[in-house]
Design a protein around this ligand. Structure first.
Ligand SMILES: *Cc1c(COP(=O)(O)O)cnc(C)c1O
Length: 371
């Protein structure tokens, strides 16, 4: 372990590559690797570089995220999952990005940017901006309503510089055991597909649908969480390897007397003489504060409970009376140590949230180390 680092995240890029390869083998089509929110906290640039020969396309949420990848030299197509504001038309074209489109204004604005560019440079080549049409089949957060897609496509086709490369929808409940609404969404999507001329890339599946709804695989799939080795629900049809381990080091050790309190508010009171250790990780690093008095960490291959309130930069754990722990010893917050493991599922459940939020909350100041 690098002695100059207090706490860090280890990212196993080979695990991400293996997960991506397994997903591709399982679905048989193209892979749109979702690397939004800094690749779910794993680091968008290193992850995109690692997946460059496996993914057919990358997907992000915002134009800024896409530009970050372009500036790092990523040349694969980049899909922006949510129709950007029309203000971004120029940047989308300048960086050769592929936006989701769910309104005419953005398409019109991009068409105009290409047209204006052509009149200025006197070029005659028919330059086209590729777009993917976002279809709202019931999630109701974005997209063109499924009943209105045919009319919308007719309008888009009046724009000579817009090329419809893809069409997609997104599931609202694919991670639930009851798949009936997901199947209704699929039916609606299929009725749209039947009513429009063939579009090269049809896609729908997020991670839960990749794992549990084979009929949703179409030409391409759009997994995020599963690429990072985490199951969104109980379906485990593909073996996945978690890619992230969160480690820290013991920074302080003391023993406190019965009745003494620990951390802000002194809400924890030692029932008897207790050995305690301070660890320089807190909610400022994205460690969930609700784990105060509830969570555990691994030290020396043993579970140590977090006592008192988690602070912004520190937490305190109690050590067993026999534990031989020294300053600088390794602490595991998420991942394996010896024969024991703290999974992201346990951390998320104790924090009353989902693994997605735990991952994307790990702060920038926590160094990512790649292997
Ligand atoms: C985030 C997102 C995905 C990936 O979802 P996972 O559950 O992480 O696989 C796919 N498609 C869209 C539109 C998304 O917003």
């Amino acid at each position: 372990m690098n002695a100059s680092i207090q706490a860090h995240v280890e990212v196993d890029l080979k695990a991400i590559q293996a997960n991506a390869t397994a997903i591709k083998a399982h679905t048989g089509g193209q892979l749109i690797a979702v690397v939004k929110a800094d690749a779910y906290g794993h680091g968008a640039i290193p992850v995109a570089e690692a997946l460059h020969t496996i993914a057919d396309m990358f997907a992000v949420a915002t134009v800024a995220e896409a530009i970050e990848l372009r500036e790092a030299g990523i040349q694969k197509p980049i899909l922006i999952l949510f129709s950007p504001l029309p203000d971004f038309a120029e940047e989308i074209i300048a960086h050769d990005l592929t936006p989701a489109v769910d309104n005419f204004t953005l398409a019109q604005e991009m068409n105009k940017v290409v047209e204006d560019g052509k009149s200025q440079s006197q070029q005659t080549s028919t330059e086209k901006v590729k777009v993917h049409i976002d279809v709202n089949t019931g999630m109701n957060r974005c997209g063109v309503r499924y009943t209105e897609v045919a009319a919308f496509l007719k309008k888009i086709k009046t724009l000579p510089h817009i090329e419809i490369e893809g069409i997609f929808t997104h599931f609202a409940t694919a991670d639930e055991t009851d798949k009936s609404f997901a199947h209704l969404q699929l039916e609606r999507f299929s009725s749209v597909l039947a009513s429009v001329p063939n579009i090269p890339m049809t896609h729908a599946a997020n991670s839960p649908a990749v794992l549990a709804i084979p009929e949703s695989h179409f030409d391409a799939v759009r997994p995020g969480l599963s690429l990072y080795g985490i199951y969104p629900a109980n379906e485990k049809s593909i073996p996945l390897q978690p890619a992230l381990t969160w480690k820290a080091r013991v920074g302080w050790i003391d023993s406190i007397e019965a009745g003494e309190g620990v951390s802000y508010g002194l809400v924890y009171k030692a029932p008897s003489r207790t050995c305690v250790a301070g660890i320089q990780v807190g909610f400022g690093d994205g460690y969930p504060r609700p784990l105060s008095g509830v969570g555990e960490v691994l030290i020396g291959g043993k579970y140590c409970p977090i006592i008192g309130r988690i602070c912004m930069d520190m937490m305190v754990v109690s050590l067993g009376p026999q534990d031989k722990v020294a300053i600088g010893d390794e602490v595991v917050l998420i991942g394996k140590q010896g024969n024991e493991e703290i999974t992201i599922y346990e951390v998320a459940e104790r924090a009353n949230t989902i693994p997605y939020e735990i991952l994307i909350s790990i702060a920038k100041r926590v160094n990512r180390i790649y292997s």
